[in-house]
Design a protein around this ligand. Structure first.
Ligand code: GLY
Length: 358
């Protein structure tokens, strides 16, 4: 068995033991929390350019929310990133529906859009929801019309590449979708579900500036070939993103459904509020999710979650972490982007489990 964090120890030494003793691991993790330094920008592994841009702006005195949104705009507009914005993989009808949320620590404003169509940069629309409406979340056609009223879209978001990928999926349709017929319902085993590589790619970017002000953004095309109207965790404040200017920020990528039922970005920030270091807070949340994953179709033969999930968190002091359910999956090491001035770099995530078994 992989030499993983001892889940029971993580849980036992976490909440039960109280403030100051969170997440003491059975085995020391890769230590990634640096000496506190501000400003700091962190992002998911696909966010090197986003972190560069955000740090350039933050260092020049820009507002942290404007900075992280400008950062993720680069990825949203990149046709080659098939997990976010333009070129993102579509739903089962071949329509690209995007989700995004933003949260601004100093003013405690939040905005989000879900299942929005025809807009390459849903993060900008989420910011408009936060600042130009009395609401937090707009969905579907209403979100799309709101975006158009502000000059966003309509545009075709499918690229030749994403259209071809969708057609390949559609031409091979069988039991590889999200519908549960009576004989294959949500309690079925993983064996009842044909294996298919589903993409939950997303970008999250969080920043704390020199003054300690904090913002975050999460944006995605969501699960590939999803049921039209499916919204993941990215537009849900508390799940895909949470910011508290007194404490820190956390955002997520990976299987949104697993995150949504635990409100885990909120949970990570609450653990940090109670005194946990970012890496311990995120591992604690991953342990909670692993512990609460009970459906056989979501478990490996060894009883572990059969999905990937990642958190990116920082605190007001400038300490930060990336954390992943698995440190290595399909031969790839889980990494996240960091910028503390200068060029962005990738660092290894701490992980609840070392290697994801097939
Ligand atoms: N975390 C992205 C999604 O599940 O949609």
């Amino acid at each position: 068995m992989a030499n993983d964090w001892n889940r029971r120890d993580v849980l036992k030494t976490g909440l039960a033991a109280g403030v100051g003793s969170f997440g003491v691991p059975a085995k020391a993790p890769t230590v990634i929390t640096r000496q506190a330094k501000r400003p700091i920008v962190i992002s998911s592994g696909n966010g090197l350019a986003a972190a560069d841009k955000a740090m350039t702006m933050v260092a020049a005195g820009a507002d942290t929310l404007d900075a992280v949104i400008a950062g993720v705009n680069i990825v949203e507009l990149d046709p080659n990133d098939m997990s976010v914005g333009y070129g993102g993989l579509p739903n089962e009808d071949g329509v690209v529906q995007l989700d995004a949320s933003v949260m601004h620590g100093p003013t405690r404003r939040a905005g989000a859009v879900a299942a929005i169509e025809g807009v390459k940069t849903p993060s900008n629309v989420a910011q408009l929801v936060a600042y130009r409406t009395d609401h937090v979340l707009l969905v579907g056609e209403g979100a799309t019309r709101f975006a158009q009223a502000h000059g966003y879209g309509p545009e075709d978001l499918l690229t030749d590449h994403s259209r071809a990928a969708w057609l390949r999926w559609k031409e091979n349709l069988s039991d590889q979708d999200d519908w549960f017929p009576p004989e294959r319902d949500a309690t079925g085993s993983a064996a009842d579900m044909a294996p298919i590589e589903r993409h939950h790619g997303t970008i999250n970017c969080n920043a704390v500036d020199a003054a300690g002000d904090i913002s975050g953004v999460t944006t995605t095309s969501g699960m590939s070939y999803k049921i039209p109207g499916r919204a993941g965790d990215s537009p849900i404040i508390g799940a895909g993103l949470y910011v508290d200017n007194e404490v820190g920020a956390c955002g997520s990528t990976g299987r949104g459904e697993a995150n949504m039922v635990e409100c885990a970005s909120f949970l990570v920030v609450e653990f940090m509020r109670a005194g946990a270091q970012p890496k311990d807070a995120a591992i604690e949340a991953l342990a909670r999710i692993a512990d609460k994953t009970v459906s056989p179709r979501l478990l490996t033969d060894g009883g572990r979650p059969n999905f990937g999930l990642n958190f990116y968190c920082l605190n007001k002091a400038g300490e930060y972490a990336g954390a992943s359910m698995y440190g290595e999956s399909d031969g790839r090491t889980a990494r996240f982007a960091v910028n503390d001035g200068g060029e962005s770099r990738l660092e290894d995530c701490v992980a609840l489990y070392d290697v994801r078994a097939k």
